[in-house]
Every structure is written in C-alpha cells, then in structure tokens.
Design a protein around this ligand. Structure first.
Ligand code: SAH
Ligand code: MG
Length: 951
C-alpha cells in the first residue's frame, strides 16, 4: 500500500484502532460452505469458489460481521467499515467525528450537484442524468427521496440527525429539505415539492460527456414487478413497468402508484444481498408531503396517514404505508446503464418462504414440496443444500437481526478419556455422562489411552437484535471433534426451534420456553416477541386467508405443515421387489413429481419435479410422508400417493405461474399427488467398506459363523437380539439347520416391517425348512420380556455399538441373568481395525474429495455408532460379564485374522452357560410384563397370521 504524502487516508481499520486500540478484537474465519442459489432476486446467493473469509469485529459496545471477502485483509477492513457505519461515521469523510452532521449534510448535497458528480459512476448520478431527460417542468428535478435512499453518506448523516430514519427512511427527506435554504446559490427546490434541482444548468460539454441519451431510442424496457396491497385481504398482483430507455423510471413507478410524479415516490432500503436493487416503493400522501416540507423542529411526532403495509414492512424492516410496489430496478456502481431484473409472483412467494428456516432449506434444495429441514446434522458429506450456519445467518439478515455469534469452547479430551470405562456402573455416573457426550459427537477415540492432547469442541450460538439485545442463546452439551460440526449442529438446533415457532406463532409463552429448554436454548421471551411480532400477524393472516377459501380442511393452522401418517393415503407401490432397500444412514436417490389434482381428478397440474434428488434417510431430510413411503420401497419400484395440501405459500413458491394456480386453488378442492421412483440406494460407509473389502462380505461371514454354532449345538430355537431388517434370520433360512423356532426383536418399526416382508415371502415359498414358527417383536432388548427367555441360542450381531455404552452393559446383564440363552453370540466392530477399513475405503475412489476427507475423519464406521471398542475393551466387558453370570466366554471374529494385528474386523464373543441353574436359583423378575409388541407372526400350520398391530 502506498503511503500518501499530502493527505493521509485512514483505512477503516486504522480509524477503529485510533478509537478503540486493542479493545477492538478481530476474528477472521474461513467460509468454505457453498450454498445453492435459491432463485429469487434480492436474496443472498453466496458463490462457490476458492477460500473466502469473513471477519468478526468485537467492540466494547457491539459486534459486527463483515461481508464475505476473498482476502483476510479485506474482510477485516470490511468489518471495520461496517463498525464505523454503525458508529455513524463514514471513513471517507475527512473528519470522521468532528464535523457537525448538519454542515456535513449541506456539503454532501452541494457535492452531489457538482459537475464532477454528474459524470461519476455513483448510483445517484444515474438519477441525475435521468432527470435531465425528464420533460417540461420536471426537467432536471431530483426527488429528495432518491438522494436519501441512493447515497449512503447522505442517509447516514440523516440517521445521525434523526435516529428514527432507520425505521422510517422517508424522515430523511425532512432533514434534506430543511438543508436546502442553506444551499442557496447551488441548488433550489420548487415550492411544495419534495424535489431538488441544480440552480445553474450544467455546462453543455459536461452533459455531452455524460452519456445522456438525448433522443430516446424507440425500444421500451418491460420490467416485471409486483404490487403489494396494504390491505391483507387483497392478493399480491403482478405488474409490468414500461420503462423506455429515455425518461425516468421513477415517473413510471409514480404513475403506477397513482401519484403525479417521482417526487412523491418514497423508497425503502434495498432488500436482500448487498448488490441488490430490489426495493419497495410507495406513495407519499399529500399530508405526509406537507409534514416533510414543514419546518417542524421535532420530526419525532410525525403522524403518517394511511395503512401500514405489513407485508412490505416484513420484507424490508422499514415502515411502508399504503399500497407498495416491489421492483428490482435502479442504477448501480457497476454501470451507467439502468439495471433491471424481473420480480415475479413466484419470487415473492419464495421470499416469503425463505424467511422461515425450513423454507430457506427447501429453496436451497430446489425441492419445496419434497425437502424438509433435517432434524440432525450428521456430517458435511451427507448434508445436501445450504448448511445450518448459512441458513441461520440468512435468517438473521432477513429479519434485520445482527449476525449471530458463534463461540467455541475447546475441551481437552485427555483426562476424561482415561476413565476406566469397563468398570463403569450401569447407572449414569457423572463420569459416564461425560464420556457419552464425546461419543455423541462421534469424537471419542476409543483407543482410550492413545488420545493424546487432542481437544474437542462445543459451540454456543447467540442471536441478537439489531440493537444488540440478546434474543436466543443455545448451548448444546454435545461435544464434537471438529469445530465446524459443533457450529453446524448448534446452528441447526436454533433453526429447528425457530422453525417450530414459525409453525405456531401464537404459541403460549410457557410452551415457547419449554420447547427452548429441550434444545438447550435460553430465550429472552420479551426480546423474542418484540422482534417477531410482525411475523405473527403476517403469517397468521396468510394462513387465515388460506383457510377461508374452499380448500380441503387442513389439520395444521400454521405456516409450516405437519405431515402425519393420517394425511396420506396408503402408498401404491408398483414394480417388483428387488431387495435393495434403504436403511437409516443410507443415501437415496429418487426421481419424483408432484402434481396438484382437483377432486375427481379432472385437472392435474404439474407443480414440482426432479429427475434426480438425493437425500440421507433417517433424519427427516424430506417431508415425513415421503420418507415413510420410500422406506417401504426397494430400488426400481415406483410409488403413488396423495397428500393434503400444505399451506398455499409452498405451492405458490414452487410454480412458475402462481396466479393461475391460485385461482385453481380457490375454485376447486385439490390435493397433491406424488409420484416417486427409487433410483439408487447407497449404503452407509460401513456396509460399503465391508462389501468392498471382504469376500464373502462380512455380514455373510457373520451368518456363517452363527450357523456353525447352531450345527454344533443342534439348537432348535433362536432369538436374534436387534435383528434389524432380518438379514440374519433371512439368511439362516438358506441353510439346512435344526432350527424350528426363530424370533427377532428390535425397536425399529421400519426395519421390522421390512424383515416381516422378507421372511413372509421366504417362509411362504420355501417348503424345505424345518421352521415351524417365526415371530418378530417390537421392543427394546434392554428390557425384560419373558417371551425372550430360555432360547437355545441367542445372537446379537453388530447391535451393542448402536446403544450408549451403559445400555450395552445393561443388555449384557439382562441377557445373561434373565434371558439366559444356552449360547449367546455377540459381535461388534473392532475399533483397531478401522485404520485398515478407512485406509482403503472405496470412498477414496469416488470423485467427491469432500467425501474422502470426511470418511477419513469419521472415527467410527457408521454415524449411528455410539462407540466402538478395542479388543481389550471388548474382552474386559465380556469376561467380566461372563464371570458374574456363570457363563464361559470365548473370543473370535470374522474378517481378517485373530493372530495378525490388528485382529478381526468384527470381534465376536461366544458365551456358553456353564451349568443349567436350578429354576429356584434364577433371579425372579417381579411384575414381569410382556412389554414387546408382536409385529408379525408366522406358523407353519395355519399359515401366516398377520398381526393386527402391523402397520
Ligand atoms: N443385527 C442386524 C442389525 C444391526 S443394526 C444385522 O446384523 O444386520 C443395529 C440394530 O440394533 C438396529 O436395527 C437397531 O434398531 C437395533 N437396536 C439398537 N438398540 C436397540 C435396543 N435397545 N433394542 C432393540 N434393538 C436395538
Ligand atoms: Mg453397526
């Protein structure tokens, strides 16, 4: 940087330093996430690119967050610039703090009317040039509202003179008009008008060199805009502004607003991203013009006639009165040409939708009727659409709040990881609770002693109002290995809560606090209600209009819709069953289309469709009915189902032509018809790794292992604890065994219903098995149920690591003390083997580099694993357990070898009853109840009996 000799120009950062010294604290962070375009003008559309930076500047009184910049340095300057703006200083002013704002305003206006300014690239100079094309008495007249709205310096000075300008920008006009008399000789104003004119004409050569088109070309520009009536009973209407390339576009807007000329048009701030030219325009009433022109010393007691336009107000956070026009047109810093972009009805509904967290997510997925804000943040690999932090920042910006603050606490892991985990009591002690937290975040290095000095992270998110009042503070207890995971998860909690609030804006305070509590959110309800008061009135009205029409009765009275099982007709699944089914954690690819159909099916309008849509199953990343349907499908099958209408906004945001759909919706009873095809299922990394690395696949090897034991023991009864989708039970039927009765228990209804389907088909078609009965129970295997007792053989394959550690211990005790199978086979991953799995993970061959780095950084094989044990940990657990319950135990495994480091891929413990205990020696279970529900039952003789409980 060059050092000025004559005139030192201070950078914003330098000025901040002068003022605050080391009380100014800068934190630069890298912004890596890409977030998809949400397709509406005026909304932030972050770009994908190389490294980008954002800087947070903390000052004693407040904190600002910079725009996103390419260089760290620039982000700091940007933050400093914003801080100065907040302080009411403009760094470009020579004497930032000393000058009287009144004098500064006069100087500024004087400068705006210089010859030099006319030919500059300043957005306001475009208005000056356009004014020179106005006809007749309007020639050269500049509306004062434009000066206030398009020149940041003027607007900042006006805010200094009257703080209310922030919320009522038209009040700036009052300050400007009162400055005019002191500008005698330079500018004049015509009596009774809110406009200003240069006193002496510009020299001809200046006019000639300023690219002012003298003879307007015949070509007309048509700009789509929308009209937002002040009355909430009237609907939003499309509108076309016919802007000829000569003349003044604000006169066209004036005419549409029903006023004589541009001087009576008032402008809001720009809406959305920094470079946006989308604004709201409205007319100044006669009385407002009078008041703005009057010499009132105290402009605070302004009385504005007309109805507050709640919808317009909601979008810009400023007061707008009467009917308003939303248009994206104006002059920019980039070019002297008039910039314009269409604002369609669809854009309007999309903007409305983007104001709620789930709507923002839906838009980023471009799947309004299919996507849903996920309930948990798993990993960046599986996340699709905008990331939670991005959505939260957008949310705050859109609601005119300050940027949220994320604070990270780093927690050294070393001390607590050395806990002798195997000696843990079953009760959750404080130590156990701590350990659980690590595992929740997928962060525990199960090696225990090898953790070293690594630390893990916790994140607290705070959301502040514009005036820096704390609204929400969310401090999740979970700990994460990676900072970004901590940030994303905490952000998602806030978003989920906000989303729930938007679903039910009239929620009583008590409920509000209660739901916040559950998500570790502390809430300043007073500030919250103050900030979101308008949302409530607006969204409620949107909804009541929806209900007033002839729509089929909708169960939810909220902005967001809930899709419970009852809303959906049973899906009609077509195509043959391929056996490739989704399970929790798998990535699915579907194609779908959603149509609006009228009752009786006379009209069918396609609303949204996608040839390929990918999502992770199990976290609510799609509307729940859709998720419920796809979990019943196998690859290649199609499903059709109908659903009740969501709130209108969702439909209108999805369609190109909302006006036509709106009229259809209000004249007919409609519902939505979904057509879905399951294209692909990509299993969670664990299964992919196992299939790629082992032949036969590990799961097959586990089944064979169990079969060996069945043969040895000539078992006739088998219970599979945590049977999942029934892979073991299903495969067992392929072998000739002595088994007569097989039972499975699990607490996942989805998995059980899949197991039921598969077993049912197989048992009904195979006649060569000796199986006489098969039952599937829905219930937890950590609770006693007499029907699971006394089996010849019990299996529990790859299940315990899906429970919290103390639950796994509890299962061991219950299994060996109450269920007491003669043989119990327990398998679980060998943590030490992960280096091998991950080192040659098939994901490294995939072209997504993000996925590669993710799979390497995920310590466990599967995101649902709560822990993975080393051989030593497993041995310790099993030996201790066996000893306490009079069983012997032997260790073995599948995948790899037990003699070669690092041991088997899946470690197995085989427990055998040492002696049959006397009936009386068996512990008795008081009040033993049959807590498991029979989900499905099959008997050889009377064929299958589908249980009534099956759903
Ligand atoms: N044994 C199966 C499934 C393993 S996945 C196989 O090898 O393919 C783990 C399963 O454990 C899941 O289906 C999950 O629902 C089940 N599970 C986890 N905790 C459980 C509990 N407390 N009671 C019953 N099932 C449980
Ligand atoms: Mg597992």
């Amino acid at each position: 940087m060059e050092i000025g000799v004559k005139k030192t120009v201070f950078t914003p950062k330098a000025i901040i330093h002068q003022k605050f010294g080391n009380k100014a604290c800068y934190t630069v962070e890298e912004v890596k996430e890409e977030s998809a375009q949400n397709g509406c003008p005026g909304l932030a559309i972050p770009q994908k690119g190389p490294s980008l930076f954002r800087c947070r500047l903390e000052l004693p009184e407040f904190t600002v967050v910079s725009d996103i910049c390419r260089k760290k340095k620039d982000s700091e300057q940007s933050a400093a610039h914003l801080a100065l703006k907040r302080l009411g200083n403009n760094p470009a002013d020579e004497n930032p703090s000393e000058k009287d704002p009144c004098d500064a305003l006069i100087d500024r206006i004087k400068y705006i009317f210089t010859d030099e300014f006319l030919s500059s690239l300043h957005p306001l100079s475009g208005h000056l040039r356009a004014a020179l094309q106005r006809k007749g008495g309007l020639y050269g007249l500049i509306p004062a509202s434009v000066i206030a709205a398009c020149d940041t310096k003027t607007s900042n000075l006006c805010k200094l003179l009257n703080t209310e300008v922030e919320s009522k920008p038209f009040l700036a006009l009052s300050s400007i008009m009162r400055a005019i008399p002191r500008l005698a000789g330079s500018v004049v104003t015509s009596k009774g008008q809110l406009s200003i004119q240069k006193q002496n004409p510009y020299p001809t050569e200046i006019i000639e060199s300023s690219d002012i088109q003298q003879s307007g070309s015949p070509e007309n520009i048509l700009v789509k805009a929308i009209q937002i009536p002040a009355s909430l009973d009237e609907t939003i209407q499309p509108l076309t502004l016919d802007i000829s390339s000569s003349g003044y576009y604000l006169d066209v807007i004036a005419q549409k607003l029903g006023v004589t000329d541009a001087s009576k048009v008032l402008l809001s701030r720009t809406i959305g991203k920094a470079s946006s030219e989308t604004r709201l325009y409205f007319a100044a009433s006669e009385s407002l013009v009078m008041e703005l022109l009057s010499d009132h010393a105290n402009v605070k007691d302004f009385h504005v006639e007309g109805l507050l336009n709640a919808r317009a107000n909601y979008f810009c956070g400023q007061e707008i009165y009467g009917d308003a026009i939303m248009a994206s047109v104006g002059y920019t810093w980039r070019s002297k040409e008039l910039f314009h972009e269409d604002v369609s009805l669809q854009s309007y509904y999309r903007m409305l939708l983007s104001k709620i967290p789930s709507g923002n997510y839906k838009l980023s997925r471009e799947a309004i009727l299919a996507a849903e804000l996920p309930s948990v943040f798993t990993t960046k690999t599986n996340w699709r659409g905008s990331f939670p932090r991005e959505i939260l920042c957008t949310f705050c910006r859109q609601h005119q709040l300050s940027e949220p603050i994320f604070s990270i606490t780093s927690i050294p892991l070393k001390a607590s990881c050395k806990l002798p985990r195997s000696q843990k009591k079953l009760k959750v002690t404080e130590a156990a609770e701590l350990a659980t937290e690590y595992t929740n975040g997928g962060s525990l290095n199960a090696g225990g002693e090898s953790v070293g000095l690594e630390s893990s992270f916790r994140c607290t998110v705070k959301v502040f109002s514009k005036g820096q009042d704390l609204i929400i503070e969310c401090s999740p207890r979970e700990i994460y290995k990676k900072q970004t995971d901590a940030i994303q998860s905490a952000s998602l909690k806030v978003l989920s809560w906000l989303n729930a609030c938007f679903k039910d804006l009239g929620m009583p305070l008590e409920k509000l606090n209660c739901s916040a509590d559950a998500l570790n959110i502390s809430l300043s309800s007073e500030n919250f209600l103050k900030e979101f008061a308008l949302c409530q009135s607006l969204h409620n009205v949107q909804q009541s209009r929806c209900q007033g029409s002839k729509l089929p009765e909708s169960k939810s009275t909220n902005m967001e819709y809930t899709l419970s099982g009852q809303d959906v007709c049973l899906p009609n699944i077509e195509g043959s069953y391929s056996g490739v089914c989704p399970s929790n954690g798998s990535l699915l690819s579907i194609s779908y289309s959603v149509s609006l159909v009228t009752e009786g099916g006379h009209t069918k309008e396609l609303i949204e469709s996608k040839d390929e849509f990918e999502f992770e199953i199990g976290n609510g990343t799609v509307v729940s009915t859709l998720e419920g349907v796809v979990t019943q499908m196998s690859v290649g099958q199609c499903a059709h189902f109908n659903m009740n209408l969501p709130p209108q906004e969702f439909i209108l945001a999805a369609v190109d032509d909302p006006a036509r759909i709106l009229s259809l919706l209000s004249s007919e009873v409609c519902c939505l018809e979904y057509d879905v095809t399951l294209l692909r299922v990509t299993e969670p990394p664990e299964e992919r790794m196992e299939q790629a690395l082992f032949s036969p696949p590990l799961s097959k090897q586990r089944v064979e292992y169990a079969v060996q034991h069945i043969k040895k023991s000539s078992a006739t009864t088998l219970v599979d604890f945590g049977c999942g989708s029934g892979s073991l039970l299903d495969s067992l039927l392929d072998y000739p065994t002595s088994l007569q009765k097989i039972v499975g228990a699990d607490l996942s209804k989805k998995s059980l219903s899949r197991a039921a389907k598969i077993l049912h088909t197989k048992l009904s078609t195979k006649s060569d098995t000796g199986i006489k009965s098969a039952i599937l129970y829905d219930g937890s295997i950590t609770e006693f149920d007499p029907r699971l007792c006394g089996f010849d053989i019990g299996t529990c394959l790859e299940v315990i690591e899906h429970m919290e550690e103390e639950q796994a211990c509890l299962f061991g005790d219950i299994a060996l003390s109450y269920f007491r199978p003669k043989v119990l086979i327990v398998s679980t991953p060998n943590y030490e083997y992960n280096v091998i799995l991950q080192g040659s993970s098939p994901t490294t061959q995939e072209d997504d580099p993000e996925e590669k780095s993710q799979s390497q950084s995920c310590k466990f094989r599967n995101h649902d694993h709560k822990f993975e044990w080393t051989r030593e940990q497993f041995n310790h657990w099993a030996s201790d357990l066996a000893k306490r319950h009079h069983y012997s135990v032997e260790f073995s495994g599948v995948g790899g070898s037990g003699d070669v480091e690092p041991g088997f891929a899946s470690q197995i413990a085989v427990f055998k009853q040492e002696s049959l205990l006397d009936e009386n020696d068996l512990p008795t279970q008081e009040n033993s109840s049959e807590h498991c529900k029979v989900i499905w039952e099959w008997k050889r003789d009377d064929r299958s009996v589908p249980s009534s409980t099956r759903n």
